[in-house]
Design a protein around this ligand. Structure first.
Ligand code: SOE
Length: 409
């Protein structure tokens, strides 16, 4: 039960004497958007949840010395390193948290596992299936030595999506017929937005597909409780040339230089898919949905009812119970802020709501618990590999004009 947040009260005691719990020393590589989000998770988790270990923000790592020192100060890390190999070589680091672009995930994760560390790796697990396979098999071997590895699909850890998983598992939807998922953003609409790393295949692996599609593939499979069997896909790059960045990037923003370069990833990916159970699924991932900022929406329709979730209203879950009398049935809004909802017994009173950042706190909570208990955390590197296979099948299908492409699970 370490991963769905549904167990007994786990609020941190009012006074937690420092030093009474064994420490878990975390070293994080990367300090941009995801680094800031993960820092928030590590900094907060032990203050909110009653954990068997005490996460310590031991070291943060990045290549630019001035910037990484500033990040250490800002986010509360005790020390800063400029070489991830030096971080991994440190005896006082128990867990390596990888928040870099995808092109370095495999190298850092493999080295960290070889050095005896636990690993948390941002999504998508890697840039290629081959890298993800190497990571999953190294994680499997390392698990025999008691080391654990998890991939950061944080949207499983929104209380409402965790509740949705619980409701599907309880059979409240019956056999699933449709899973409908979209992840819509619009930060690339401006053709003058610069060619940052997320737009380069060699760094990011793919575009909207790997960045957003990976999230919705993981979430859809997690909620449905089974992996996809095959896909038919279309991808498109709407703006093929963009100005080069004229300085450092920050989050999803950057300044431009005068010369231009080629965009080598997709701007949007659309695909339909089959689940082995017979349910059909549709997916849309784009950075061009004007007005949609971080609109991850999922709807599941089953023979007994439906669930719908929208990340932009993340404290709510819509539920239709088809077994209710027809004249009164309809979608109703569950306000997911009750103490018996996943993760919420440690937070605020009902109605007070959580946000995006809390998913990273919950991710840290579940990983710390798994490490203390010696249970395998989910999503595992094997789960990350399976998502990578779906992404590869999407690219293969899109390259063949949508030919249905089975996924080897
Ligand atoms: C950018 O599209 C991004 O930050 C993704 O990289 C994250 O994974 C997603 O959670 C929010 O959007």
């Amino acid at each position: 039960k370490a991963s769905d947040g549904a167990e007994a009260p786990d609020r941190a005691p009012a006074a937690t004497a420092k030093g009474t719990k064994p420490p878990l020393h975390v070293g994080m590589v990367g300090y941009a958007f995801m680094g800031a989000a993960h820092s928030q998770g590590w900094r907060t988790v032990g203050r909110v949840f009653d954990l068997p270990l005490r996460p310590v923000l031991a070291a943060i790592c990045g290549r630019d010395e001035t910037a990484v020192r500033a990040a250490a100060d800002r986010h509360g890390w005790a020390t800063a390193e400029t070489d991830w190999r030096a971080l991994i070589a440190r005896d006082d680091i128990d867990l390596v948290d990888i928040c870099t672009p995808g092109d370095s995930h495999a190298e850092i994760a493999l080295a960290a596992l070889a050095a005896g560390k636990h690993v948390l790796c941002e999504k998508p697990l890697a840039n290629t299936v081959a890298e993800a396979e190497a990571m999953a098999s190294a994680a499997e071997v390392a698990s025999g030595r008691g080391q654990l590895a998890m991939v950061g699909f944080n949207y499983r850890r929104v209380p409402a999506t965790a509740l949705a998983r619980r409701m599907v598992a309880e059979g409240r939807l019956g056999a699933l017929r449709h899973v409908r998922v979209t992840y819509l953003q619009d930060w690339l609409v401006d053709p003058d937005f610069p060619l940052t790393w997320r737009l380069r295949r060699e760094q990011a692996g793919s575009g909207a597909l790997g960045d957003l599609g990976a999230h919705i593939v993981d979430l859809a499979q997690h909620l449905a409780g089974e992996p996809l069997a095959g896909v038919s896909a279309l991808t498109e790059t709407f703006v093929r040339h963009r100005p080069l960045p004229g300085g450092p990037t920050s989050g999803l923003s950057a300044v431009t230089a005068d010369n231009a370069g080629q965009v080598t990833v997709d701007d949007a990916a659309l695909f339909t898919a089959r689940f082995p159970s017979g349910a059909l699924a549709s997916f849309e991932a784009t950075r061009y949905a004007t007005g949609r900022k971080n609109a991850l929406r999922i709807e599941l329709n089953g023979e007994r009812g439906s669930l719908a979730f929208d990340l932009e209203r993340l404290n709510e879950l819509s539920y239709h119970d088809r077994t209710e009398p027809g004249s009164y049935a309809g979608f109703r809004r569950i306000l997911v802020t009750e103490p018996d909802h996943p993760y919420l017994d440690a937070w605020w009173p009902p109605g007070h709501g959580l946000g995006y950042e809390h998913t990273f706190v919950h991710q840290a909570r579940d990983l710390v618990r798994a490490i203390a208990e010696g249970t395998r955390p989910v999503p595992s590197f094997a789960d990350g590999l399976q998502v990578q296979r779906v992404l590869a099948a999407v690219e293969e299908s899109a390259g063949k004009n949508s030919v249905y492409t089975p996924i080897a699970n």
